[in-house]
Design a protein around this ligand. Structure first.
Ligand code: ATP
Ligand code: MG
Length: 375
């Protein structure tokens, strides 16, 4: 059946990945990120209903289309399958031709649904993507990365806002040489319901490089821990205002960070290639798992801040962290320092440098990344 179905789908031009057990299927769904899943119920290790439930609840793939194909024809089995989150329940025997037609129409339906979901009432622009950036440790270069990716996105004509979501002493504005008269903390003092696009707009700082900033607090008297309701209200508005919302998150766990990371479409962890930072990154990944964040949306970037021999290779890091590497930023201490005095991120002031080209590559990969993980 597996071979027959694979063959007829391949004849239609689809790439087919097969699995013989439930465990293998879950692994491959996680690593290969397919566009659609066809599941049998009777599996050697578990049953298809359970796999279906795990796809929805553990992998958090709420909109991955699933067709259950089963020999069980009773109504109760069908109900169970659909209740577990399958989109369709097809009983055997089935003509492979019918299956390919079903696959095609379910893919088209999913596409339409995603478009509808992405367009709010009133034909407004598509909702923006939230990219949360967080350091495995403090001081690894997260804010520098946020500043450069924001400019990288602007260079590609993506409207973006970089938000420094921290309770104290923000440094993002220094990368652009701007001086904020109002910061994020003014919004955090409002009741969440009153945070609106207009209120946010008033506090957005334009920059010469095209990125817009929502600055973190500059002075101690502005110290304020954001509440999850504030973070959610802020992001709900921001996704309607920009194509990309870049979040610069402090590395410590907090309720504000949890809300921000849960709302993210992509999470990028900045990691220094040395053992203690890698251990921190692993602890952070464990925290993200505990917060039930889909592993599929987590990526990482290696940041070298010092010109030393990289102790841990990129491949080794990828294996240790079990997530996708978006790129490696080479050490450029002098350029990093000059960039701060000039108020211009490296990607803009030294566009032909090696650092700038790796930052451009990372931006490109971010933009190309398929949107998986559904809130
Ligand atoms: N590729 C690089 N090469 C050399 N120095 C760098 C590089 N990237 C960043 N730096 C420097 O490292 C320092 C810390 O950077 P940054 O402020 O971006 O880190 P952070 O992770 O945001 O810190 P914090 O945890 O305080 O928010 C800065 O002085 C910055 O100029
Ligand atoms: Mg920072």
């Amino acid at each position: 059946m597996l071979k027959l179905m694979s063959h007829s789908l391949q004849m239609e031009g689809y790439t087919v990945i097969t699995a013989m057990t439930g465990a293998e299927a879950l692994d491959k769904i996680h690593s290969e990120q397919p566009d659609l899943v066809i599941l049998d119920i009777m599996l050697p290790d578990t049953n298809g209903i359970e796999i279906c439930r795990r796809i929805r609840q553990v992998l958090h793939l709420g909109d991955l289309p699933i067709i259950i194909l089963s020999g069980q024809t009773e109504l109760s089995a069908k109900i169970q399958g659909l209740e577990a989150g399958a989109d369709e329940y097809v009983t055997k025997p089935v003509d492979p031709k019918e299956m390919t037609v079903r696959v095609k129409s379910l893919l088209a339906r999913t596409q339409r649904l995603r478009q509808v979901m992405a367009t709010p009432i009133g034909q407004r622009s598509r909702r923006g993507k939230v990219v949360a950036m967080i350091g495995a440790k403090g001081g690894v270069g997260t804010t520098t990365l946020v500043a450069n990716l924001a400019v990288g996105l602007s260079m590609r004509n993506f409207k973006n806002v970089a938000v420094e979501l921290r309770p104290y002493f923000g440094t993002l504005v220094r990368h652009f040489g701007v001086n904020p008269s109002s910061t994020l903390n003014d919004l955090m003092e409002m009741t969440p319901k009153t945070i609106s696009e207009a209120q946010i707009n008033q506090r957005l700082l334009p920059t010469q490089q095209g990125a817009q900033l929502l600055a973190g607090p500059q002075q101690l008297k502005e110290y304020r821990e954001a509440q999850p309701e504030h973070v959610e209200a802020l992001l709900e508005n921001l996704v309607n205002m920009a194509e990309y919302v870049l979040l610069d998150l402090p590395h410590m766990p907090s309720v504000a960070n949890r809300a921000a990371l849960r709302a993210a479409n992509t999470i990028i962890i900045a990691v220094e290639p040395e053992p203690s930072c890698v251990a921190s990154a692993q602890a952070l990944l464990e925290l993200l798992r505990a917060w039930t964040i889909s592993p599929a949306i987590i990526k990482f970037v290696i940041v070298n801040r010092m010109q030393s021999v990289q102790t841990i290779s990129a491949a080794e890091l990828e294996r240790m962290l079990e997530c996708e590497l978006l790129g490696t930023v080479p050490a450029a201490p002098e350029m990093a320092a000059v960039s701060l005095t000039m108020g211009s991120p490296i990607i803009a002031y030294a566009p032909t440098s090696l650092v700038a080209s790796t930052l451009q590559d990372i931006t490109g990969r971010l933009v190309a990344a398929r949107a998986v993980g559904v809130r």
